[in-house]
Write a protein that binds this ligand. Structure first.
Ligand code: ARG
Length: 363
């Protein structure tokens, strides 16, 4: 049976402690069996714990360092407003794609009955506690996740959150490090060009988040209050497939792998839904030449030797058609959306076959 992060995370005890430095875990509430069937739009979205990999937890943004939100102005923290503060309610990351939309992992919002009305995003803040002056707290009004999200295999683990208020009005803030809030619209074509995992030498990618930073096996997780980021190489499809074959976890075409292995750098619990980016230019000009390549998804523990971290792959046709699905959201220039929609059926069909062969399709 596949042993994977998201499954394990659902097994974590519900109602666990707040993510305080050195103790506890992101808050979570009861998990209900998979909710969705179609490309469900949840007016009352749900969240899971945002964690994974349970007892095998070892590490996090291992090898990473403190980062400023200006360098990752598209990064948000998702939190449960009922906890009273962003730090107390923090459970996942997300990526701002336009003024009213945030991408995250489906497993961050699917699986229990917490309503979208209880989720907010914190934008423009490096710190969760206290949030930076000028940061914005914005409630989520609805969430949609991929119809083919499979909570067992983690296939197509992507969701789109709609915010109650625009994060800015008029022209989007520039993604050049001068604004702590700016969008990183997904561009599947550029993601595929610049985020090729099969190149040698490997492309170096960067992930960011407020996830668990405790690298000690068996120790209590430790959640930082300040944003952290880590650089790590993309891992080839064949290597990642081999690594996860050991635990019978399929690595599908909707997944891309990075880090882990000998590099001992990885993302971890709480980083889910956050960005994996690559720099498209040399010399690098982050953040303005960042391309969104993935969303933090799962791993076998964190930074375990022999296992890369696994990310939802922005360049995958299935994920691409989900992005085009977003109502009122244009990840792609107007005009090409219709084309993507037409293609969608075909993608869906082939995707279905793949999912069906790799396990029970749920969700
Ligand atoms: N599923 C985790 C979360 O919900 C992310 C785990 C990432 N694991 C890894 N080894 N990269 O936050």
């Amino acid at each position: 049976m596949p042993v994977i992060g998201v499954l394990a995370c659902l097994a974590w005890v519900s109602g666990a402690a707040r993510p305080q430095e050195g103790t506890g875990a992101p808050p979570r509430s009861n998990h209900e069996p998979a909710l969705a069937r179609a490309a469900s739009v949840l007016s009352a979205g749900a969240r899971t714990d945002g964690n994974a990999d349970g007892a095998r937890a070892r590490a996090s943004i291992v090898g990473g360092a403190g980062a400023s939100i200006a360098g990752f102005p598209f990064q948000v923290a998702l939190y449960d407003t009922r906890a009273g503060s962003p730090a107390a309610g923090f459970f996942c990351g997300g990526v701002i794609v336009d003024a009213t939309h945030v991408l995250t992992a489906a497993h961050c919002v699917v699986g229990n009955s917490t309503g979208a009305g209880e989720i907010s995003v914190l934008a423009g803040s490096s710190s969760l506690d206290p949030p930076d002056p000028g940061s914005v707290r914005d409630p989520v009004s609805s969430s949609a996740f991929d119809a083919h999200y499979n909570p067992q295999s983690s296939d197509d683990d992507i969701a789109l959150l709609t915010l109650a208020r625009p994060l800015w009005t008029g022209t989007a803030p520039a993604l050049n490090g001068s604004s702590p809030i700016a969008p990183l619209p997904p561009d599947p074509e550029r993601a595929s060009t610049y985020g090729n995992p099969n190149l040698s030498p490997a492309v170096v990618a960067t992930a960011s988040g407020w996830g668990d930073v405790n690298p000690a096996p068996g120790h209590a997780p430790s959640y930082p209050t300040s944003l952290r980021a880590v650089q790590m190489p993309l891992v080839s499809e064949s290597v990642c497939e081999e690594q996860y074959a050991v635990i019978e976890q399929p690595i599908t075409s909707s997944m891309i792998c990075a880090g882990g292995g000998k590099s001992h750098v990885d993302t971890c619990y709480g980083d889910s839904g956050g960005p994996l980016v690559v720099d498209q230019d040399s010399p690098a000009r982050p953040p303005e030449d960042y391309v969104l390549v993935g969303l933090v998804d799962f791993g076998n523990g964190c930074a375990q030797s022999g296992y890369a971290g696994v990310y939802t792959r922005i360049a995958s046709p299935a994920v691409m058609s989900f992005l085009a699905f977003g109502d009122g959201y244009s990840a792609t220039p107007i005009g090409t959306q219709a084309k993507h929609k037409k293609k969608r059926k075909r993608h869906r069909r082939s995707h279905h076959v793949r999912s069906a062969s790799s396990g029970t399709l749920r969700g």
